[in-house]
Design a protein around this ligand. Structure first.
Ligand code: PLP
Length: 309
């Protein structure tokens, strides 16, 4: 679908649609592990990669495809690949391209399980990891004066809400020969567009705002066709961090209401943060879209959501 200038809300309703012959209004849920073949020859050609059809749901599933296409349209990414959780998205986004001897540069402020993955596994597997204070421009300059394979950041960070300068870090990462991957969970696909700011890939825990009602776990990796349909897809398909079609359907429907939910939440969060800031029993408060936040100017420039609606 050609989608010039359509709003995310419109894209959330009109992309990723593959109606069956029943012409259902709400997308069908394909709860199947496998697919029938018309002939032995067709199965042979499919497994040889000569034709592209659904073969096995660890590889691909129509409900999952619908979710991936819809999220890619909203994000403005060439491709999306869904995963079982946000953590499997983080793991695969990095693990599919890093190997022994490669250098990963990451901002220090990371979600706990991401840090655990780095220290308990990536380091053990011979990946060199250098941590940088994400808001220290000189530290980025120094760290990325040496070549690296990947730079990984969160912005805003969980839980301290630091807002990192994505265009600056992207420029330094590219100069060091690295791709920049951004965990955009806190901002949501509506609140920040890392790919437009210079990043090469984005990861989500869809468990958060994309579901938005605490029902299912899920994740997604978005970026170029070469990266997402290359190493990312290869890894998820074979190691099995696949999302279930049921979860993908819940998230597909979640995308339809993402706009109204997240805009209302952002407006309420700003009201609440403004009230709390004045509260005599609160010593300090960090909310990126209040002028008291140290990265307020950057947040206003870089993020596209968060004010009063
Ligand atoms: C910033 C961030 N990244 C990744 C994750 C992991 O997501 P999941 O719980 O879906 O694995 C979380 C979960 O809270 C998160 O906050």
């Amino acid at each position: 679908m050609d989608t010039p200038n359509l709003s995310p809300e419109t894209l959330a309703l009109h992309t990723g649609i593959h109606r069956s012959e029943a012409n259902e209004m709400s997308e069908g849920m394909y709860l199947t592990q496998g697919y029938a073949y018309e002939s032995a020859e067709q199965a042979r050609d499919a497994f040889a990669g000569a034709i592209d059809i659904y073969m096995y749901s660890r590889y691909a599933n129509p409900t999952v495809t619908a979710f991936e296409e819809r999220l890619a349209a909203i994000e403005g990414a060439e491709r999306c690949f869904a995963t079982s959780t946000g953590m499997s998205a983080v793991f695969v986004a990095l693990g599919s391209i890093l190997g022994s001897g490669d250098r990963l540069v990451a901002a220090k402020a990371l979600f706990g399980s991401t840090l655990q993955t780095f220290t308990n596994f990536f380091e053990k597997w011979g990946i060199q990891i250098d941590y940088v204070d994400g808001n220290d421009a000189d530290a980025w300059e120094t760290a990325l004066a040496t070549p690296a394979k990947v730079v990984f950041i969160e912005s805003p960070t969980n839980p301290m809400q630091d807002v990192l300068d994505i265009p600056f870090i992207a420029e330094k990462a590219h100069a060091a020969g690295a791709m920049l991957i951004v965990d955009n969970v806190f901002a949501t696909p509506l609140g920040q567009k890392p790919l437009e700011l210079g990043a090469d890939a984005v990861v989500y825990s869809a468990t958060k705002h994309i579901d938005g009602q605490g029902r299912v776990l899920g994740g997604a990796i978005l970026g170029s066709d070469e990266y997402v349909y290359g190493p990312v897809r290869q890894m998820v398909r074979n190691m099995g961090a696949t999302i279930s079609p049921f979860n993908a359907w819940v998230l597909l429907k979640g995308l339809e209401t993402l706009g109204v939910r997240v805009r209302a939440q952002a407006a309420a969060a700003l009201d609440l943060a403004s009230w709390m800031e004045q509260h005599p029993k609160i010593d300090s408060l960090r909310y990126p879209l209040l002028p008291s936040h140290p990265h307020y100017e950057r947040a206003v420039k870089q993020m596209t959501l968060g004010g009063r609606s």
